[in-house]
Design a protein. Structure first.
Length: 760
């Protein structure tokens, strides 16, 4: 679990509990020092984050995870200030021009025991409406003096506010970037000019002088360079004119801890920001590099939802709990609209709030699932990373913001484009998503297709293939014992993709269907002419699945293969690449077949035998799996019926739908591969018992739990599967429908279970 920015594993918590048990007299400071050492929890200057650790210990104690001994010692910062505000210290009466103050000094307070510290506290407790503190976290204090009149006031800077809606929106922060770079923002927590000092422009002058020196002082003390300052101005007391005069920018208002303004200053405040360098936004918005597998997996997940989303980077436990609840609801009623799936007005309202949250993005939600996919990939020697593009049509919801054209301009259809990569075993079982890209085309960018030859690859939609391949390459680094093969259709036949695949010999391999309309040159001949000169290596039968009105059929293919060197496009200064080509062409087909198979596959995987050529063909046939997945996603989840107002919210909702759709697709294929495993591998105990009771019309359960195949066929029968001799195994859609009914049957079974046990 994540507490105060630190991951507390079960092992670490057990070690803390054991230490408290063996040494009950240990001080909290000593304990926190040990924990910082065990977890490597240090600040930028290498010092242990002792105070953060103690705060985390208090939180763990509050949750009942550990039991801290009661503290009997009272520290100085817990004691009341000894300064009496009714008798403030004498201050010089100053009413002059800025130039008449003499030398203005900004004196840093070096120690809390120094005379300067005592004076700073005395002035703040006497004249500042918030008093001297306590200040939050890291801090630096200054005394402002005049060589002619003495003390003029004081300033302090401390840790920035954890989260501010208007500030974070102005910066452009995402959650990961905010957590990583919040330490580079410093708050001007106190600013005091003595009430007896009336000097025009003094306030803005002090602010500018502090801003000039703060960065170096902060680096010297904390080894962190701040790039942005923030401050809060009470609008009931001050206008903020001095901040604006010093070039601070007003960006909004805090929410305040109470609805109304109170005398203690706890109401809403105006937020002002000041940049300390030109590239401050670039620095603050740079999120940590995307690393897969850098978070511990859930040790005992409650169900598949926690297994798939357990490492999600939602640092608010309430958001994570809501995500788990939504995933279970969507899985239980995949075809239902959100209000029906959530089953109550309160849960529906919470769901819409969840998707409206700026922290909830498609990539944030899917990263946890990708990490689960990586774990499944490690169990296989060869995994096919199939990538494909699909369109999501939301023309029926024209009020949705952020959509773009998905077909021709004349067609007028609007929606989103989805390009995803899914890992498949050699048998076609989907292991999970590896990469998802979702975007809307700019309706103003007309005629881009006519300019595609002049545009660099980075400005084309074709870049989606390279991005997906690179994401697969990151997964390959985590799975060195597995060979990943990136598989794409004719649209992926772009030269830059082959160059990318040839960069790293340890990276993923490539298998792409050649776009024969290019008829590119290889060696000294055109590709088709060159392959016709190759002898037929053998023949192979392939089962062609049904597609639309086209019936399924068995196809006989003649197979040729060769090793060739592809020449780069004339307009590009690229080097040649060497690939293997497998050409399979359908022969002896029925005259009613309008589109006989004609596959020419380009691969970076070696092909030197007929068996290897057949294996490459078998690999490519698994590409149909992602089309089945897209059909399941669209018809099973009814994603086109989602109404969420903006494209960003649709994408966040789509992330959950995509994992739910994968779950059903995975279950369907696994039931065919491992039909004899116990049904509890995928079904909860209450689910299979409820299903068995419902289908057999008896409360008497079998002595041995049914197999996965038996329960899947019973579930599919709820969705219309007849199970006749020639029907084969149930498909994804019928299984999906059955699961939707099973949700209600299970709920009823659980409600009636006490009566079933007691009997009539």
């Amino acid at each position: 679990m994540l507490v105060c920015g630190q991951e507390f594993t079960l092992e670490l918590i057990d070690r803390i509990s054991q230490t408290l048990k063996e040494t009950p007299s240990i001080s909290r400071r000593a304990l926190s020092r040990h924990i910082c050492e065990w977890a490597g929890w240090t600040s930028a200057n290498g010092k242990p984050k002792d105070m953060s650790c103690r705060k985390a210990l208090l939180e763990l104690d509050r949750r009942g995870i550990i039991a801290l001994p009661r503290s009997t010692r009272q520290y100085s910062f817990q004691q009341a200030a000894d300064t009496d505000r009714s008798t403030p210290p004498k201050a010089a009466e100053v009413d002059c021009e800025l130039s008449e103050l003499g030398q203005i000094g900004i004196e840093i307070v070096t120690s809390r025991y120094s005379k300067a510290s005592k004076k700073w506290k005395e002035l703040m407790n006497s004249y500042h409406y918030l008093g001297s503190g306590p200040l939050c976290g890291a801090q630096i204090r200054y005394l402002v003096t005049s060589s002619k009149y003495g003390y003029l006031g004081g300033v302090s800077f401390s840790a920035a506010a954890w989260a501010l809606k208007d500030r974070d929106r102005y910066i452009g922060w995402r959650e990961a970037a905010r957590r990583a770079n919040l330490c580079c923002v410093v708050c001007n927590s106190r600013f005091l000019i003595l009430p007896s000092v009336k000097v025009k422009n003094l306030a803005s002058y002090i602010l500018s002088q502090c801003a000039k020196r703060l960065a170096q002082d902060w680096i010297a003390r904390y080894s962190i360079e701040p790039v942005l300052l923030e401050s809060f101005v009470d609008p009931q007391r001050f206008t903020g004119a001095s901040y604006r005069a010093a070039n601070w920018v007003h960006v909004g208002q805090s929410t305040g801890r109470r609805a109304e303004q109170k005398e203690d200053g706890t109401g809403p405040k105006d937020i002002y920001l000041y940049a300390l360098c030109k590239n401050w936004r670039e620095i603050l918005c740079t999120a940590p590099e995307f690393f897969l597998g850098d978070k511990p997996r859930p040790e005992h997940p409650q169900d598949w939802v926690e297994e798939e989303f357990g490492t999600v980077e939602l640092y608010d436990s309430r958001l994570k709990s809501r995500l788990f609840s939504l995933a279970r609801d969507f899985y239980g009623q995949p075809q239902a609209p959100i209000p029906q799936a959530c089953e109550s007005a309160a849960k529906t309202k919470a769901a819409y709030r969840f998707f409206e949250n700026d922290k909830i993005t498609m990539q944030t939600l899917l990263r946890a699932h990708v990490e689960s996919t990586v774990e499944r990939i490690k169990e296989h020697k060869i995994v096919l990373a199939v990538q494909d593009t699909s369109t999501l049509n939301y023309t029926a919801h024209p009020a949705t913001e952020g959509l773009g054209p998905i077909n021709t301009m004349k067609d007028g259809a609007v929606g989103l484009l989805l390009h995803d990569t899914m890992g498949f075993t050699e048998d076609g079982t989907p292991l999970g998503l590896l990469d998802v890209q979702c975007w809307a085309r700019d309706p103003k960018d007309k005629g881009k297709s006519q300019r595609r030859k002049q545009l660099p690859i980075e400005q084309k939609e074709s870049m989606k293939w390279l991005k997906s391949y690179r994401a697969t390459a990151e997964v390959q680094k985590l799975c060195p014992e597995t060979m990943l093969v990136s598989v794409g259709d004719r649209e992926s036949d772009i030269y830059e993709l082959f160059l990318e695949a040839c960069k790293d010999p340890k990276g993923p391999k490539l298998l792409v269907r050649c776009d024969q309309s290019h008829n590119r040159k290889v060696d000294e001949l055109h590709l088709l002419e060159r392959m016709c000169n190759e002898p037929v290596a053998g023949y192979q039968k392939v089962r062609v699945p049904r597609k639309g009105s086209r019936p399924a059929r068995d196809s006989k293919l003649e197979v040729r293969y060769a090793k060739l060197t592809l020449r780069p496009p004339r307009s590009k200064d690229y080097k040649p690449v060497t690939v293997w080509i497998v050409w399979a062409r359908e022969i002896d087909y029925d005259v009613q077949v309008k589109s006989p198979l004609d596959w020419m596959l380009l691969s970076t995987v070696e092909v030197t035998t007929f068996d290897q050529a057949i294996e490459r063909l078998q690999w490519y046939t698994k590409r149909w799996g992602i089309e089945v997945y897209h059909r399941t996603l669209k018809s099973g989840c009814k994603i086109k019926d989602r109404r969420l107002g903006t494209a960003d919210r649709l994408e966040a909702c789509l992330a959950i739908d995509m994992v739910v759709a994968w779950r059903i697709h995975h279950l369907t294929k696994l039931g065919r591969e491992t039909p004899d495993v116990p049904c509890t591998a995928f079904f909860e105990e209450a689910e299979w018992k409820a299903l068995y009771t419902f289908k057999n019309k008896t409360p008497q359960l079998p002595e041995k739990e049914p197999t996965l195949r038996e329960v899947m066929r019973m579930t599919a029968s709820l969705g219309g599967f007849l199970g006749r001799k020639g029907d084969g195994e149930p498909g994804t859609i019928t299984l999906w429908r059955g699961l939707q009914r099973l949700e209600d049957i299970t709920a009823m079974y659980i409600a009636l279970l006490p009566h079933l046990k007691s009997g009539p």
